[in-house]
Design a protein around this ligand. Structure first.
Ligand SMILES: [Fe+2]
Length: 210
């Protein structure tokens, strides 16, 4: 077999790009505002199923969702045992928070609204919830989102996760500040086997420090 100079050049380029890919850093997930609705008192039930509250027989109103998340550092290494606080409004656009008492939308007594999770050894976490609705604020309408405060090994990231394809994503005054914007928008994936009626999303969180 005759190896031409062209093949040698292509081969060398492949080696260079492979080693560049190894050292290439991932882009850190954008920080976002904490917002006014982090729970004042954490509810006793704060597990990964926000659609049910311990001791109640009902389930939360709204379209169920599953979110599969993963926390990594900029080298792509998983961050295990990160503490993940997440909170969101219900399917009517109301937070279970005294600061949202003027909101005409109804509270949902069966919606948990807050969870505290930990990432596993692969950096993964998962929760089931209902899709949050968009809502009004004095400075503009918020597109659907879920708030997060994530404590990694040496860093706290406060951010928000958004849903792909939402009409209000283009005008949301906080999403507009995200850099890069894609870092805070989850990817829609096929429903999980065993939960076919719930929409499913995947989101990778990259911590700049770890
Ligand atoms: Fe919010």
């Amino acid at each position: 077999m005759i190896i031409s100079r062209r093949h040698l050049v292509i081969g060398a380029a492949a080696v260079v790009s492979a080693s560049a890919a190894k050292t290439q850093k991932l882009v850190a997930t954008s920080a976002q505002d904490l917002g006014p609705f982090y729970p004042i008192i954490r509810p006793p039930d704060h597990d990964a199923d926000l659609t049910r509250i311990a001791g109640r027989s009902g389930t939360a109103v709204g379209r169920p969702i599953n979110v599969i998340g993963r926390i990594v550092d900029v080298k792509g290494n998983p961050i295990s045992n990160a503490q993940i606080d997440l909170w969101q409004c219900n399917a009517a656009g109301r937070y279970a928070h005294p600061g949202d008492n003027a909101n005409p939308a109804a509270l949902d007594p069966n919606f948990q609204g807050f969870a505290r999770l930990a990432s596993d050894r692969d950096g993964q976490f998962k929760f089931r919830s209902v899709k949050p609705k968009d809502y009004d604020t004095p400075i503009g309408r918020r597109t659907p989102h879920i708030h997060f405060a994530i404590d990694g090994r040496a860093e706290r990231l406060v951010t928000q996760m958004y849903f792909p394809g939402e009409p209000l994503n283009d005008i949301d005054f906080l999403l507009k500040n995200a850099s890069p914007r894609e870092s805070v928008i989850a990817e829609a994936i096929d429903p999980l086997s065993g939960d076919p009626d719930a929409m499913a999303f995947r989101w990778t969180v990259v911590l700049g420090v770890g």
